[in-house]
Structure formats: C-alpha cells, structure tokens
Design a protein around this ligand. Sequence first.
Ligand code: NAD
Length: 283
Amino acid sequence: MGLLDGKVAVVTGSGGGIGREHALALAKNGAKVLVNDLGGTRDGAGGGSAMADQVVKEIQEAGGEAAPNYDNVATMEGGQGILQSALDAFGKVDILVNNAGILRDKTFSKMTEDLWDSVVAVHLKGAFCVTQPIFNHMKERGEGGSIISTSSTSGLEGNFGQTNYGAAKAGIAGLTRCLAIEGLKAGIRANAIAPVALTRMTEDLAMFQKDEMKDRMDPGLVSPLIVYLASDLSKEITKKTFFIGAGTISEMRMTRTKGVTKTDNGGLWEPDEIAGKIDEILA
Ligand code: NAD
C-alpha cells in the first residue's frame, strides 16, 4: 500500500529540477500524477513538450501512472487547461503542488517592467491561475485536498538582486496563509515550502559549487516533505511555511513582537516617543 494510493496530484513545472523529483516521489507513493511543464529555459523563454513527456515516461517505466500537460501556469486559460487535463486523465484532483518558476535577476535600480512582470506572472499570478480552478474543484467534490506552493527564502528573508522574484515568492506565502483560512471548512489544506537545492536555477551560485555541498543539495531531498504534506500523515497541518534544504526541515514564521501599547493620549504616539521605545518595540 502506498501512502497516496487512489490520490491524484498535479505538479506544475515538473518537467525538471525540484518539480520532477516531486512528481517521481508522489507517483512512487501511489499517486497518479499530472506532469505540467511549459518546457522553456531557466528565464522562461521558449517552450515544448519534451520535458513533461520525459518525466511521464520515467514514471510509467517505474510502474506508475502519469499524464502530461504543457500549459502556461501564468494564464487563466493555462490554469483551466491544467485542471481539465487532470480531469480527462484521472477524473479528479486531490493534491496540487505549485512549483513552476523562472528567474530573471537584476538589481532593483536596473529592474525593468518586463523583468518584473514576467517573474511575478509565472510565480504569483501563476499560483492564482492554477490554484483557483483546482481549489473550486476540490470544494465541489467535498473531499478536501492539499495545496502546497513553493515560496523561497529570497522572499521570506531577502536576497540581493531578486526584488521581483522575492516579491512574488513572499506573495505566494501570503496567498497560502489566506487560502488556508478559506479552505478550512472544506478540509482543503494550504502550506508552502521554501526549498534549497541544486538545479539549473541555482547552478551558477558559488555556494552550490563546493563539492561538500553538492551531495546535500540534491533536489530529491526536498520531495519527501511534499509527500508528507500531500498525505494524511499531515492532516492537521495547514497555513504553515517550511524551509527545507541540505537535510534540514524547519518552520518559517511571520512573527509579531509583544510590542508596546500607548494608553494615554487616545493611543496616539509622537514620533520622538516611538524613538524612545524602539528597542522595546523590536524586542
Ligand atoms: P527549474 O528551472 O529546474 O524548474 C522550474 C520548472 O518550471 C522548469 O521545468 C520550467 O520549465 C517550469 N516552468 C517555468 N515557467 C513555467 C510556466 N509558465 N508554466 C509551466 N511551467 C513552467 O528550477 P527549480 O530550482 O527546480 O525550481 C522549482 C521551484 O522551486 C521554483 O518555483 C523555484 O522558484 C523554487 N525554488 C527553488 C530553489 C532552489 O534552490 N533551486 C530555491 C527556492 C525556491
């Protein structure tokens, strides 16, 4: 018996990198998998069916069930098309992994509208375009579901040269927290992950080039967390963001300090009073 027997999973951007590992791991655990990939380059140029087809082949050769989809996650039609492909192939969706992504780094002062829009479109708008039809499908079926979206430490902690990517990735974490609240009544869970792994997206980062790091950066190390979050093993877990990389799993939290409350003057602070209390506010 597999942990995910009878379940159907959609994994966006699963023709390569971390998404491919998710698709293989979900299938290995018994899920039928829709392998979505636009098939373009790291910066989102071009497209084709070869990447998704290859992963479908790998899953089938290992005895699993999979079907391909080549839609663009960044459009409403693409999101609808992904749901439709899953329904045509397997009749339902229980698990969605929003993983597709591109990278177009530039320092903020040199950021262009095109670099901004294209990155936000694939990551943040893409999460909306794909999740909405699948969330509504899950609600209509009335059997719950698990939605796992891919954020990043670049958005949650910050990173040089990635204001477009970081904004989109932090947006995905925000979307996830709100969606978790909206999904509660229907038993639809929403969690996010912030992975670190060696893929074509990170292959030129110096820290990933060290030999002792390479083994710890296998993208396959990320996928057991996806299988856990997709399965009933995590049925109480929602609205969480997990860091996962190099063998470490931790929770990333948005925290609010205890703060300081002004009780006089109707709660209206003077700027110099804020300056006097800033250490306490930040503590
Ligand atoms: P990757 O480039 O290997 O994988 C991204 C996949 O998404 C590719 O197969 C690509 O073809 C597909 N894709 C791109 N645009 C698409 C679109 N519009 N529609 C459908 N598919 C599309 O990179 P990866 O490292 O495997 O990244 C996977 C996810 O993890 C991304 O969301 C990325 O931002 C995130 N992430 C990765 C790291 C890391 O260390 N590798 C760190 C933080 C976050």
